[in-house]
Design a protein around this ligand. Structure first.
Ligand SMILES: [Zn+2]
Ligand SMILES: [Zn+2]
Length: 260
């Protein structure tokens, strides 16, 4: 999910963290410089992910809370998708890890950030850019009735997937296949940190959805807003015929910013 309020919230948080980082050992010790590379706003690493000007390798740190692991095929599909769009000649790899259930019944983005800050171990350095993905055991605090959020890109290299929500709305009777939903949501969230739509990767044509900031207005594009949040029945129907592809305009944007 993406909205301007969250960006401003993030900027304020970063300002606060920045101003007191001298007092907080956890921010200024150890991998302090590397951590700063990963503590920027959503979209700030778009070119770093797409091109290999800065980084030739990508490592994805996949952290599952309380056993909420995605299907293996979904992660394979994610790597194939990224390989088709990112110039990373050194390869794309995934490190997987399980962490205990966290003390949140639902997650605000601030709480997701706290979990990342406690458990993230991989940071960008040398020729490798690192991306952290939290697979949460509970829903987003923004959910309300049939309006749910399946995932959010909340920093330049940080994503959360609301895995329990994804599991509730896939794989059952009259529901889309689990791997289909996971593959679509994971790729959609990655595309946000790759700068789509108009989120760090400049538009090469006008296709940003006027009703849904940072999403695409082309029907059936992977970057349509309803694949990520909103009414669950709209989401399920958008996924009824399989994983949507990126449309030509989204792909053109990525290619103009260093992607394949
Ligand atoms: Zn989105
Ligand atoms: Zn599109």
């Amino acid at each position: 999910m993406y909205n301007l309020g969250k960006v401003f919230g993030l900027l304020i948080l970063l300002t606060v963290l920045g101003s007191c980082s001298d007092d907080e050992g956890s921010l200024s010790s150890g991998n302090g410089n590397s951590q700063n590379l990963n503590n920027r706003s959503t979209g700030a690493s778009a070119n770093e992910l797409l091109s290999e000007t800065t980084y030739t390798n990508l490592i994805i740190e996949a952290v599952y809370v309380d056993g909420f692991r995605p299907e293996a095929s979904s992660l394979n599909n994610l790597v194939s998708f990224l390989d088709s769009r990112l110039n990373k000649s050194g390869g794309i790899s995934i490190i997987e890890r399980d962490i205990p259930a966290q003390p949140y019944d639902t997650y605000t983005i601030e709480e997701v950030r706290q979990v990342e800050d406690e458990f993230r171990t991989q940071f960008s350095s040398g020729n490798t850019i690192a991306v952290f993905v939290l697979f949460a055991e509970n829903a987003s605090a923004s959910d309300s009735g049939n309006n749910v959020v399946l995932g959010t890109a909340y920093r330049n290299t940080s994503l959360v997937m609301y895995q329990s929500t994804i599991e509730n709305f896939s794989g059952g009777l009259n529901q889309p296949n689990r791997v289909t939903v996971e593959t679509a949501v994971y790729a959609h969230e990655f595309c946000h940190i790759m700068g789509l739509v108009n989120l760090g990767t400049p538009l090469t044509s006008q296709h940003e959805d006027p009703d849904n900031d940072k999403h695409c207005n082309v029907a059936n594009c992977l970057m349509q807003a309803q694949l990520e949040s909103g009414n669950i029945f709209d989401m399920m129907s958008a996924l009824g015929s399989g994983v949507p592809n990126l449309d030509a305009q989204c792909i053109a944007d990525l290619q103009a910013n260093g992607g394949k």
